[in-house]
Design a protein around this ligand. Structure first.
Ligand SMILES: Cc1cc2nc3c(=O)[nH]c(=O)nc-3n(C[C@H](O)[C@H](O)[C@H](O)COP(=O)(O)OP(=O)(O)OC[C@H]3O[C@@H](n4cnc5c(N)ncnc54)[C@H](O)[C@@H]3O)c2cc1C
Length: 296
């Protein structure tokens, strides 16, 4: 399939990119890695008159960490995240997700900012960003604003971004020594989107307790779904296999996932419980070397 004709710009600065978006309004689309935009243009699901490519804009692909926060440029590729020692050591759930996005071609070109802005309901990063309490920085004609990930995703393929805004950076708090995270995904083949994916971030407390828990699912709703009932159960006592099982069962309640060619709704509900259990166990075992077997 061939996209409709469009005008192509690759501005060398962020200011020029914003100006182009302002000038062309809803006729313009930003391009990052092109791994979602180009297939949609080829299928003519979107036909922008103007494409504004971000590849020449400097400093959008860096990963920086200080004592408080990890700052990830929006143009950082999945491959760069997957292979970053900072990400692997500080935000293991994000490294887990980057490793399982699509295939090597997609991971070499696709970006975290593009994935977040695309907001597919079954993408891997959105759940991770919500679980890790990320904030997205967006630059537009009125300046810069910061949006917490939980408010960013509005619907499938819809975010709270204005058409003139560009995501420049994603910032994620550096977890404390007692915090750990994991992301686990079920897909039919290695390159497929998630049937179900679960991101967890846990804080270990005294006596085998979990002081804080964030559990977020992808693939089961229009946006990342937070399993709040499961989170409360995880925090209510020592984290043992029975508590994990209860949390998995709680995560299944009130889910209303879609049926599609990959899996029907009931299957998604059933595996959600299993994947919540396993993802929580994976994060917990990362923080506690003496506990094993929780995920069985
Ligand atoms: C074969 C295949 C398999 C895939 N498998 C997976 C998978 O398993 N899991 C998964 O999560 N994803 C998967 N993807 C999608 C992939 O992760 C894409 O990289 C991602 O969705 C889009 O990133 P991109 O950088 O390519 O963005 P683009 O395709 O360039 O842009 C996507 C959208 O975001 C907008 N946009 C891009 N950058 C910005 C920005 N900085 N600010 C504001 N808006 C912006 C664009 O205007 C466009 O609307 C797959 C894609 C393919 C082709």
């Amino acid at each position: 399939m061939i996209p409709r004709a469009f005008e192509y710009f690759d501005p060398p600065t962020l200011e020029e990119a914003v100006a182009l978006l302002e000038q062309h309004g809803e006729d313009a689309k930003l391009m990052a890695g092109g791994q979602s935009l180009l297939p949609m243009m080829k299928l003519r699901m979107v036909s922008p008159a103007v494409v504004v490519d971000l590849w020449r804009v400097p400093d959008l692909d860096t990963i920086r960490r200080d004592d408080v926060v990890v700052r990830i440029g929006a143009m950082t590729t999945h491959y760069a995240l997957q292979s970053s020692e900072v990400i692997r050591n500080t935000l293991p759930a994000l490294a887990d997700a980057a490793r399982v996005v699509g295939d090597p071609l997609v991971r070499n070109l696709g970006t975290i900012g593009g994935s977040a802005a695309h907001a597919a309901h079954n993408a891997d990063y959105p759940a991770v960003l919500v679980a890790l309490d990320a904030e997205l920085q967006a630059v537009g004609p009125a300046g810069t604003r910061s949006i917490v990930a939980e408010d960013f995703f509005i619907d499938t393929f819809t975010t709270c971004l204005e058409p003139t805004e560009i995501v420049t950076e994603i910032s994620i708090p550096v977890p404390g020594d007692t915090e750990c995270s994991a992301y686990l995904k079920l897909s039919r083949r290695g390159t497929d989107f998630a049937i179900v994916g679960v991101a967890t971030a846990l804080t270990e407390g005294e006596g085998g307790r979990c002081d804080d828990a964030r559990v977020v699912l992808t693939g089961v709703g229009d946006t990342p779904v937070r399993a709040t009932e499961a989170e409360e159960i995880l925090k209510a006592g020592p984290l043992d296999p029975e508590r994990l099982r209860e949390a998995g069962e709680a995560a299944k309640r009130n889910l209303d996932p879609p049926s599609d060619v990959q899996a029907d709704a009931q299957y998604r509900v059933d595996v959600s419980g299993v994947y919540v259990r396993r993802a929580v166990a994976a994060a917990w075992e990362r923080s506690q070397s003496d506990v094993s077997g929780l995920g069985n």
